[in-house]
Design a protein around this ligand. Structure first.
Ligand code: GLU
Length: 289
């Protein structure tokens, strides 16, 4: 079976050099291994994703000389797949609704931090500080029936008790140079959000479901997602999904060493193209010349 790779951009802004690097690495890996390359549009966040960005993704990648299989999977068209996975986790007793607003969460975190150190996840966000996990079944039902908004969270402590010795095979490199068999540390993330009242999924849940459904054997993506792999491995084991290998790559940075952002004009593929850059020039710029 030829290995399957995927490039999975979110259409919430224009592509920049960092995306070009990730996309071309996937394309090159697929070519070098006689594998297949899929493009996946990660558009579950309806408030931030726009059709014009999706169109621009296809144009920019084609301009770079890439080809990919069609039809392209657009996550927004497959919500029922994610709902099914969520129901499996719920049936294991690992999911609970939390009703606090962002502002309430910020207040609770401030109160916790006033009393001492409060854990933060690898992205720097504070762990969920609320107590929704201990609400009674009746109280949950009453709040849901009242129409209150909520997030569905993973009971991380409970989930971690079900698995042990969680690892992944890192073919690339973590931000601190980790490679080979890496110990997953999902507990570092606290009770992550798996879904919300209006959206039956989240980045973590849909990426894991899709990588399995699409038969991805090697996930090639930026080091900014290295630590998230711990959550992905946990969900894969809980949902009995196959384990891909991971190849995290260094991020392309700007002149000041900052991660590129979708709003930074000087490194946008459109701007570079308008300024006369060629696809071969882009390859050279990202070190794949
Ligand atoms: N959609 C994610 C992004 O644009 C990438 C997800 C992944 O590669 O796992 O950052």
């Amino acid at each position: 079976m030829p290995p399957v790779f995927r490039f999975a951009p979110s259409p919430n802004g224009p592509l920049h050099l960092g995306h070009a690097y990730s996309a071309l690495l996937n394309f090159d890996r697929a070519r070098a291994t006689g594998g297949r390359l899929l493009l996946r549009i990660e558009d579950i966040d309806a408030t931030r994703c726009r059709p014009e960005y999706e169109t621009a993704i296809y144009e920019d990648l084609a301009w770079l000389g890439m080809t990919w299989e069609t039809p392209v999977r657009r996550q927004s068209e497959y919500l029922s797949d994610y709902r099914t996975a969520l129901e499996k986790l719920s049936a294991l007793g690992l999911v609970y609704p939390a009703f606090e607003s962002r502002a309430e969460i910020a207040r609770l975190v401030a109160a916790r931090e006033a009393a001492g150190p409060w854990p933060r996840d690898p992205d720097g966000a504070p762990h969920y500080p609320g107590t929704a996990k201990s609400l009674s079944v009746d109280e949950r039902a009453r709040l849901i029936d009242s129409g209150a908004p909520y997030a569905l969270r993973l009971d991380m402590a409970c989930a971690c008790r079900r698995v042990s010795g969680l690892t992944w095979n890192e073919l690339g490199e973590g931000p601190d140079g980790a490679r080979g068999i890496v110990q997953a540390q999902p507990e570092a993330w606290g009770d992550v959000i798996l879904a919300r009242k209006e959206t039956p999924t989240s980045y973590h849940l849909s990426v894991v479901v899709d990588d399995a459904l699409q038969g991805i054997g090697e996930v090639v993506r930026g080091q900014d997602l290295f630590h998230a792999t711990s959550v992905h491995r946990l969900l894969q084991v809980l949902l009995s999904l196959p384990e891909p290998a991971y190849r995290h790559h260094a991020l392309i940075r700007d002149g000041e060493g900052r991660k590129l952002s979708k709003s930074s004009r000087s490194t946008g593929l459109r701007e570079l193209r308008a300024a006369g850059a060629t696809p071969a020039g882009i390859r050279r710029l990202v070190g794949l010349g």
